[in-house]
Design a protein around this ligand. Structure first.
Ligand SMILES: NC(=O)c1ccc[n+]([C@@H]2O[C@H](COP(=O)([O-])OP(=O)(O)OC[C@H]3O[C@@H](n4cnc5c(N)ncnc54)[C@H](OP(=O)(O)O)[C@@H]3O)[C@@H](O)[C@H]2O)c1
Length: 257
């Protein structure tokens, strides 16, 4: 068993990764901004699963936060075998209604942090001939909708390209694309969820199970559930922007909630 570093490990999908990986016997490094919540999560996981846990308070929208996590990943004496780039958030509203500062924070967390943390982790993994990186993107990567979808599309393309470049090295990279998942995400973004049909919801546990199964099978793209595999297949067949109208309608509806 190895040590897994998970960003955004205190809630939702990241917390589900932490429970599952601790259950499988991995030691953990938990990263998020809220130290109190991190410490409580780390203590609960160590107690329940008997693994070693470490906390790292870092805001990945800042240079200092990304730098602190990079330093931990560079530490060859305490190697990280699995990196889960999961921290992320949504912005409510369409283009121009979201302040530029928030858009830039999103670019920093979803793109710059993912690029820098992957680049900090992978050379050591390649040297050791073993490692896994899961980049938590979204089904939104396939649906044009503002900076959120664009940043997740970057994540998918970056991960698929890097996975191909590292083929045969023992390092696996996976772009995970969940659909709507029950977490704190929508509430934190101030988005309503009334218009999301019951069939659209996934549990964080299911998302994590399918992701780790796909990683073990050597896949580089994971879309949990048959229904979302179908959504992605349709989105990829449609001309660019084909689902954009639908998603902007959804965005308008969210604003009306
Ligand atoms: N829920 C969905 O429907 C859905 C669907 C597709 C993809 N996703 C993606 O899944 C990932 C996890 O989202 P979730 O749904 O689990 O959200 P969540 O329940 O809101 O959890 C977000 C986690 O990220 C941390 N975080 C947020 N901003 C951060 C920052 N600047 N620096 C460091 N940590 C930060 C939060 O902790 P702190 O606040 O303490 O920092 C928290 O631990 C995101 O990348 C999201 O885009 C979600």
């Amino acid at each position: 068993m190895t040590t897994a570093l998970i960003t955004g490990a205190t809630a939702g999908i990241g917390a589900a990764f932490a429970r599952r990986l601790a259950g499988d016997g991995h030691d953990l490094v938990l990263v998020a901004r809220d130290t109190e919540r991190l410490t409580a999560a780390a203590a609960a996981l160590a107690d329940r699963f008997g693994v070693r846990t470490e906390v790292l308070t870092a805001d990945l929208a800042t240079e200092a936060g990304i730098g602190a996590v990079e330093e931990r990943l560079w530490d060859g004496e305490r190697p990280i075998g699995i990196l889960v780039n999961n921290a992320g958030f949504g912005n409510k509203g369409a283009y121009l209604s979201v302040p530029l500062e928030q858009e830039l924070d999103m670019v920093k967390v979803h793109i710059e942090a993912v690029l820098r943390l992957t680049t900090a982790a992978v050379p050591g993994m390649r040297e050791r001939g073993f490692g896994g990186v899961v980049n938590v993107a979204s089904v939104a990567a396939f649906v044009p909708r503002g900076t959120y979808g664009a940043s997740k599309a970057w994540m998918v393309n970056f991960t698929l390209g890097a996975a191909r470049d590292l083929a045969g090295s023992g390092v696996r990279l996976l772009a995970l694309c969940p659909g709507f998942t029950r977490t704190e995400f929508h509430q934190r973004a101030g988005m309503g969820t009334r218009n999301i049909p019951a069939w659209g919801w996934l549990s964080a546990e299911r998302v994590v199970d399918e992701a780790l199964r796909d990683l073990a099978r050597g896949r580089s793209l994971s879309v949990p559930s048959r229904r979302y595999k179908l959504v992605v297949a349709i989105a990829r067949l449609l001309p660019a922007g084909g689902l954009g109208g639908l998603s902007s309608k959804a965005a308008r509806t969210y604003r009306a909630d």
